[in-house]
Design a binder for this molecule. Structure first.
Ligand code: ZN
Length: 409
């Protein structure tokens, strides 16, 4: 009997794989390996050469079945779920032939998935929608991606008439805590190009992430006994407070969307003598980052004019860069993905991610990586849902993509 993508998905989501940012180990939680072991066994059962290493990475390769020289393409998904909401005891529910109404989650009837909140539901009428029971997240992020890659592998192996080059499969731990590619062995992956199956809405391809810097501002004040402070004290805590108050409200996470970046304070510590303000700066372009950092330093200089005895150190640290810089050097990565989405019966949409992904890090580690939809919505929450039909479209997209790389080689 052939496993459907739904069979696989239901098998994977009941395995608790929540990662833990406070853990120093890799993988951060041993339970992630429970799923990795299942995947290893299933890949081997498909007849593939697969390994699970000590850091929790699963690697496998589908050999080429064509005489052509085709670049090795990697498909990647992460096994962990977000620490934001419980992933223990997931009880998946299937709403068959969805009618367009509210979906009340049976384990907690106060939790309702409403088309008013998730307009994408209007595109799902007649589909079969999988949710949790409302007491946990579902884990479609990214077990939908895992199930889709596994189903596509099974399909390619069962259909040797579909010609393709070498396909590398990679399942990573700890993506949700930003360590998904910390210990990845790119030699073992052996690919020239890659796709993460970790996006949301069907048809979407993402080739852009934020570029990201961290900024540390150290303020040195003038400390003195408060009883004798007149005309002398310069309290570093107050100086930092003035800087924060002058940050433009319009360039904040809470006031921006789409392609607009922001300046965002994330930490402050201090005494009268010295205070430290930490911020993150985000933009889609290097120029936009530089402008925001110049604006920020201008605010600091301006505030310090009225504190002549105090000083500051302004330090910018690069965090990650927009993967589009890398992907634009190999436009076929995105072009072929767009064509695969079309062949799978959808209108492709190229969008950007207001954050970073493992793909952005892989791109700068030498493996150019775009992100493809996996079909899930309301990630990291008990309202998370995915339709079986969108997961199948993602499977079809992977299969078409493998064939397109062979055709064009
Ligand atoms: Zn994800």
């Amino acid at each position: 009997m052939v496993d459907t993508v739904l069979d696989r998905f239901l098998r994977y989501v009941v395995i608790d794989t929540q990662s833990d940012v406070t853990s120093p180990t890799q993988p951060s939680t041993a339970k992630q390996i429970d799923l990795s072991r299942v995947l290893l066994a299933e890949l081997k059962a498909l007849g593939l050469d697969a390994t699970l290493d000590g850091s929790g990475y699963v690697y496998a390769t589908i050999p080429s079945n064509t005489a052509k020289a085709v670049p090795t393409i990697c498909f990647c998904a992460h096994v962990d779920t977000a620490p934001d909401f419980s992933g223990t005891g997931v009880k998946p529910q299937i709403v068959r032939n969805y009618d367009g109404g509210d979906i009340v989650l049976p384990g907690d009837k106060s939790r309702v998935i409403r088309p008013a909140d998730y307009p994408v539901l209007k595109t799902q009428i007649g589909n079969d929608i999988v949710t949790s029971d409302g007491t946990t997240l579902l884990g479609a992020d990214d077990k939908a991606g895992v199930a889709e890659i596994m189903s596509a592998a099974q399909h390619l192996l069962a259909h040797p008439e579909i010609k393709h080059g070498p396909i590398s499969i990679l399942f990573t731990p700890d993506e949700e805590i930003g360590r998904g590619v910390d210990k990845v062995d790119l030699q073992r992956v052996g690919a020239q190009f890659a796709y993460t199956m970790d996006g949301s809405t069907a048809g979407e391809i993402q080739d852009e992430t934020f570029s990201a810097d961290g900024v540390g501002i150290d303020i040195t004040g003038v400390a003195i006994h408060p009883g004798f402070a007149i005309g002398k004290m310069e309290n570093a805590i107050k100086i930092v407070g003035e800087i924060i108050a002058k940050l433009p409200r319009t360039i904040s996470p809470e006031a921006t969307e789409g392609r607009d970046g922001f300046i965002h304070p994330v930490g402050v510590t201090g005494t009268m003598e010295g205070a430290k303000l930490q911020l993150i700066v985000r933009d889609f372009t290097e120029g936009g980052l530089a402008d925001k950092e110049a604006l920020l330093e201008g605010i600091v200089r301006d505030v310090l004019k009225s504190w002549p005895g105090s000083g500051y150190v302004f330090k910018v640290t690069e965090q990650y860069r927009n993967m589009k810089i890398v992907l634009d050097c190999n436009p076929e990565i995105v072009d072929y993905a767009m064509e695969a989405v079309r062949r799978a019966g959808m209108a492709p949409a190229l969008t950007s991610i207001r954050g970073g992904t493992d793909g952005s890090r892989l791109s700068f580690m030498g493996l150019p990586t775009a992100n493809i939809f996996a079909g899930g919505h309301a990630f990291h929450s008990p309202l998370e849902f995915v339709s079986v039909q969108d997961m199948q479209r993602a499977v079809d997209t992977i299969v078409h993509l493998a064939a397109i790389w062979e055709e064009r080689a």
